[in-house]
Design a protein around this ligand. Structure first.
Ligand code: OSB
Ligand code: MG
Length: 368
């Protein structure tokens, strides 16, 4: 693929509802899209960085800078035989995985289109339908939370994830379990606890929690291994895993029994597959995490979830849970059974150019 043109574009999109985690509240999303052109075809990727450096150090602004000044100059005008070779081009640029993934995923989309094969098949996926869960942000009251959960279950979702933070944990989990005795329930702490809180996790595990997602520091693995020794409930790492090497080490020391894979966090498909394979080879199930993506990032998550070891429902849910109107057509939809069906190759583009144009606040084009 001779990379002729790359465009980056920032969109403002307002979430239907504010999303609260232990980091804070998000409603106005800044979405950075990457469009890559070669051989008369185009591929799209999304940078999944947040507005502020809370989930990770990356932000939309750092990603724009690193893409414009370091990543794109290494790709533009180059002959990239396979999207899988992209990591070689950016070797030496430390970190900034979300910025890298924005372009890397666009190249995979582009290569699949040039080969006229659906992306999920090109990736080697086998799951034509994927099981979906939802991630529900911290709510103003337990009553609101229970109503939200009820609505999501009515829509068909197969697993409920709630966010916890110090002060809003054991009692919330107790009440959710009392109201919904049988559901698959997991909690995500987004790194907000320490080993001093072991007792809290022991209390929460009495309510049959599927897994505790990232209970401790985003930079830690050792303390997670200590915590995992104290509890039977699997720990699932999110923030701590940036590569297949991280996954190997976490598994080796017993820091987790499940891993959440996010394309942005690990730098794209090549590394996501490598993490998936390390986990598969060690009997560790994985699931696909979400970052409040627009349809572009959402469709990438759907495709990634087709790989065999994505055996747990992910945070991949319908466009309509987030947006009045999504930028892809058709929007991502979830069946009454709580599943999303992979889409086969769409002729031409699948993005709504007019809507994207209207939502754009800035764009930059790089060509040879
Ligand atoms: O920790 O999984 C997380 C959103 C933003 C940042 C981090 C996380 C999340 C979510 C939302 O949980 C998942 C989604 O519905 O996109
Ligand atoms: Mg998480």
């Amino acid at each position: 693929m001779y990379i002729k043109q790359i465009e980056i574009r920032e969109l403002r999109m307002r979430l239907l509802q504010p999303f609260e985690t232990s980091f804070g509240v998000t409603q106005e999303r800044r979405i950075v899209l990457v469009k890559a052109t070669a051989g008369g075809s185009t591929g799209y990727g999304e940078v999944t960085a947040g507005e502020g450096p809370y989930y990770s150090y990356e932000t939309c602004e750092t990603a724009w800078h690193v893409l414009r000044d370091f990543i794109i100059p290494r790709a533009i005008g180059k002959e990239i035989v396979r999207a899988a070779d992209f990591s070689g081009l950016v070797r030496g640029i430390r970190g900034h995985n979300m910025a890298k993934a924005g372009l890397e995923t666009a190249l995979w989309d582009l290569e699949a289109r040039l080969r006229t094969v659906a992306l999920w098949k090109f990736l080697g996926g086998t799951r034509k339908r994927i099981d979906c869960g939802v991630s529900i942000g911290i709510q103003p009251s337990i009553d609101t939370l229970l109503k939200k959960i009820d609505a999501e279950l009515q829509s068909g979702y197969r697993r409920i994830k709630i966010k916890i933070k110090p002060g809003l944990d054991v009692e919330v989990v107790r009440q959710v379990r009392a109201a919904f005795p049988k559901i698959l329930l997991m909690v995500d702490a987004n790194s907000s606890y320490t080993l001093a809180d072991v007792r809290l996790f022991k209390e929460m595990e009495m309510y049959n929690v599927m897994m505790f997602e990232q209970p401790l520091s985003h930079e830690d693995m050792l303390d997670h291994a200590e915590l995992q020794k104290e509890i039977d409930t699997p720990i699932c790492l999110d923030e701590s895993i940036h590569s297949a090497e991280d996954a190997r080490k976490a598994i080796r020391i017993g820091a987790c029994k499940i891993i959440n894979i996010k394309l942005g966090r690990v730098g794209g498909y090549a590394e996501a597959r490598a993490v998936h394979n390390v986990c598969r080879d060690n009997g560790i199930p994985v699931w696909c995490g979400g970052m409040l993506e627009s349809g572009v990032g959402r469709l990438h998550n759907v495709a990634l979830s087709s790989l065999e070891n994505f055996s747990l429902p992910g945070d991949v849910s319908a466009s309509a849970r987030y947006w009045v109107e999504d930028i892809v057509h058709p929007p991502v939809e979830v069946s009454a059974e709580g599943q999303i069906t992979q889409r086969d190759l769409t002729p031409g583009f699948y993005v709504k150019d007019d809507l994207i144009q209207r939502l754009t606040v800035r764009s930059e084009i790089f060509s040879v």
